[in-house]
Design a protein around this ligand. Structure first.
Ligand code: ZN
Length: 469
């Protein structure tokens, strides 16, 4: 587990120091109630050993970072292609006669959460100001089980200049904040060598958690993050939106990525094809995506790999046709590629079992599941990265783990050593459009200021901890 996971404690400490710096600046700039409250939360969480990003705005407004379940996301970030967190967004319009409380409970919030969210909002926006026609965006944490759905927050624009956001922090408290809407877009660059981890190195140079999350998504098909070494060069160019106070309110797209670790150097350019599909391509127009992702779960440890092994239950040597991932019961399992579910049911010693048929003669199988995600049954089409089930220990199994198999033309193959076909290669016609777009991005990259040295960089550090927190 080199590269990303091993230095997490150091990352926490270092981020905590950065945070103290940022908090000091923030205190000088504004000693508002909200900041003071957040500070208390941050400090306690950090001392308790939780990651400090647990606190604060988990559910930002449209002008802020996308909702991300940061604990899970950050833990998983570089152990595999990251999954989308389970936050459900719901857009509603207030109707005549409705109140905040009735809108929230109609949408599925319990009364206590609704009351707390409304109370948090009161100083910025008393509930009796709400009028019919007001659009609201509600966020619900869906957890890993439908019954655990709960209100995570809401956001809305009472007028064109203001966006108000209420969000739940890790301890269940709701906080409200106000965001300005006059944003300046800038393209910045984060480049250097991996120090302790790619995650920490990019963050220290001014990337946000969301940028790193996206970065992991882009590189995750080609890079085994356990092999990343200190000294590996990286280069990332992305856009961000800065408000009048010089704070990064949100980050946008990553335009360019370079990473030179083990294996051939990787370089990807963002490109939107004429059919409107945005993706990342090598300089030659080959998609960064692969037919299958490397791993079906985030943050897991490989507990038994492909090949001969001593079977713990049968107590004898037998071939192991798959890879076992040790992970806590209930950990979401993703379909590693798009395809059609061939079976999703009980299957002998495999327990609860899913098999998916993909393009090019590939099949994947997932065994010992605790249960299936909603709607997963034979004949259903699934997307790459879609959650299909949860880790369990059904069938012949000694503890919670996922047994994962990849078959090519009916024969088991080692998923960790597959040289998988890419998702897409730009055609000759597409390349005539791609090539100048790529060269333009190279120019943008070469002119982009470093994220910490751009005109707005002074406030960016403290802003990062407010918007990402
Ligand atoms: Zn196994």
């Amino acid at each position: 587990m080199s590269g990303f996971d091993v230095h997490r404690a150091g990352a926490r400490r270092s981020r905590f120091r950065l945070f103290l710096l940022a908090a000091g600046t923030a205190l000088l700039l504004a000693a508002g109630m909200l900041i003071a409250q957040n500070l208390g939360v941050f400090t306690r969480d950090a001392v308790a050993g939780d990651h400090m990003l647990v606190s604060g705005q988990a559910v930002p407004d449209p002008d802020s970072e996308k909702p991300v379940s940061l604990v899970a996301a950050e833990h998983a970030m570089f152990t595999g292609p990251a999954t989308r967190p389970d936050v459900r967004r719901m857009d509603v319009t207030v109707r005549r006669g409705q109140t905040f409380a009735s809108v929230l409970s109609k949408a599925g919030s319990n009364r206590t959460d609704a009351a707390r969210a409304i109370a948090a909002l009161d100083s910025l926006y008393p509930a009796n100001l709400l009028r019919a026609g007001q659009a609201l965006t509600l966020y619900f944490e869906t957890g890993d089980e439908p019954s655990k759905t709960r209100l995570a927050g809401l956001s809305f624009r009472p007028d064109p200049e203001r966006t108000l956001t209420v969000s739940r922090n890790a301890r269940g408290h709701f906080h409200a904040r106000e965001a300005t809407t006059n944003l300046t877009r800038e393209v910045v660059r984060v480049t250097g060598e991996v120090s302790s981890s790619l995650y920490l190195s990019t963050i220290e140079l001014g990337a946000t958690d969301r940028v790193v999350f996206e970065l992991a998504n882009i590189l995750g098909f080609a890079v085994d993050f356990r092999t990343v070494q200190p000294g590996d060069p990286f280069d990332v160019v992305f856009e961000r939106f800065v408000n009048g106070r010089g704070e990064t309110v949100r980050t946008g797209d990553i335009f360019y990525v370079m990473f030179d670790g083990r294996g051939a150097p990787l370089e990807y350019f963002r490109y939107e094809t004429e059919d409107g599909e945005a993706g990342y391509y090598t300089a030659e127009g080959e998609s960064a995506r692969r037919l299958l992702m490397r791993m079906p779960i985030n943050g897991a440890r490989i507990s038994s790999s492909f090949g001969m092994r001593f079977h713990p239950v049968l107590a004898r040597n037998r071939p192991h046709n798959g890879t076992d991932f040790a992970a806590p019961r209930g950990t979401p399992i993703m379909a590693t590629g798009a395809g059609i579910v061939e079976r999703a049911n009980r299957f002998g010693s495999f327990g609860n079992y899913i098999r998916i048929r993909h393009a090019n003669g590939y099949q994947t199988a997932y065994a010992h599941l605790r249960g299936f995600a909603r709607g997963i049954r034979s004949g259903v089409r699934v997307r790459q990265g879609q959650i299909i089930g949860y880790v369990g220990t059904t069938g012949r199994s000694t503890g919670p783990h996922l047994h994962y198999e990849v078959h090519l033309n009916g024969r088991p193959t080692n998923p960790m050593s597959l040289n998988l076909p890419t998702g897409r290669h730009l055609t000759r016609d597409e390349l005539t459009l791609f090539t100048p777009a790529r060269d333009k991005l190279i120019g943008i990259r070469d002119q982009a200021p470093l994220a910490l040295k751009s005109p707005s960089a002074g406030a960016a550090v403290s802003a990062r901890f407010r918007s990402d927190a």
